[in-house]
Design a protein around this ligand. Sequence first.
Ligand SMILES: Cc1cc2nc3c(=O)[nH]c(=O)nc-3n(C[C@H](O)[C@H](O)[C@H](O)COP(=O)(O)OP(=O)(O)OC[C@H]3O[C@@H](n4cnc5c(N)ncnc54)[C@H](O)[C@@H]3O)c2cc1C
Length: 392
Amino acid sequence: MKNYDVVVVGAGPVGTTFARYMAETGFKVAILEKKKEIGVPLQCAGLLGKKIKKVNILPDDFIINSVNGAFLHSPNDTVLSVSKEKPEAYVLDRVGYDKFLAELASNSGVDILLNHKVVKVDSLNGIINLKNSENTKISADIIAGADGHSSIVSRSFNPPAESFQAAQYLIDAGEKRFKNDFVDLYVDSKISPGFFWAIPLSETTARVGLFADANYQNLTNYLHELISKRPELRGSTILKKYYGIIPKQDPNKSLVKERVILLGDAASQVKPTTGGGLIMGFTSAEIASKVTKKALEAEDIATLENYPKSYHDKFKKELKVQLMVHKVFKSLSNSDLDYMFRKLKEEGAEDIISSYGDMDTQSPLVKEMLKQGIIFSILPKMLSRGISSLWK
Ligand SMILES: Cc1cc2nc3c(=O)[nH]c(=O)nc-3n(C[C@H](O)[C@H](O)[C@H](O)COP(=O)(O)OP(=O)(O)OC[C@H]3O[C@@H](n4cnc5c(N)ncnc54)[C@H](O)[C@@H]3O)c2cc1C
């Protein structure tokens, strides 16, 4: 049986990043990936806040477009226009980027074994069982489950993750309809706390999608409704269709058991408000690599418990705020949403959102809106009290 210091299950972006960090510190590392090709099919809108450049290597070659702002649409189309002077987010070639991260890992000495599907993990002894490959078993001192939303590694010590469904089309409008540096986001109570997005790749093409607590048939219907209703999308040609799953954020999930840790979507490390997982996943990969390195050096797997501790210290507060925002959105009807957008516009909130808004960290904006009394004027008393209690 082959033995490694660290085996990572899943060659997604978070798994390959963690594997690289571990190999760079001199450990013997392998990644087991069930697919034959990394990065396909695309299951991502590829919109990443500018923080991405701080939490991972991102060569400009993988940036298709830079985004400075957003048009936020209420159901009856009150539009809030928010923006910054410099790019706030990037639209990525996710397939190319996933392959690039895998190449970096490989160059650092990681063995990437494709077509290796993990079927069982023994967390106590560090044994992994594989299906349909030359090696039926591999052992490791530490196993990292980075095997995505339906993680088999997570299910060996957690209940199955709850999730949202997502659908996305690549569309071609056939003429210049998109403002290259702005994304359009549309809210509608039938999909809350999810939302629709139109993310331009160019002035004529865009990724248009949604995530929601709904089945694929309903998602498809909602997406077609949006495309036929919106003037900027109407009559577009659908070039490609993608479907995917977004795990729901779960603050109570166990991230460690004996020799096993969880990372990325497998650990439900996603932002509640947007469903985005890359920045949290990359940040967690770095935190986990430091803890794993120490555990291996000290030959003390009990210290792996420092990983969830550091992870919660880093994200707990922000996640609490985002989960509350999420709850508020879920409770609002379309007329509440229209009222809220109208009020926000009247109260000059576009400037506040432009100044304090951040794709990845929403607590400074919510705090500022509380400070300026805006939250109290747009939400029913009970909800605004709930939000303000987060800072007490
Ligand atoms: C439609 C959609 C749009 C999104 N848009 C954004 C966005 O704009 N920005 C953002 O930040 N995030 C977005 N996300 C979320 C983002 O794609 C994920 O958070 C990210 O891919 C998580 O990376 P990961 O490495 O944890 O898992 P994954 O990318 O899911 O990789 C897991 C890997 O594990 C492999 N695997 C699974 N099971 C096994 C097994 N048993 N054995 C071996 N290998 C296995 C899989 O084949 C896969 O390669 C979106 C998601 C969807 C569905």
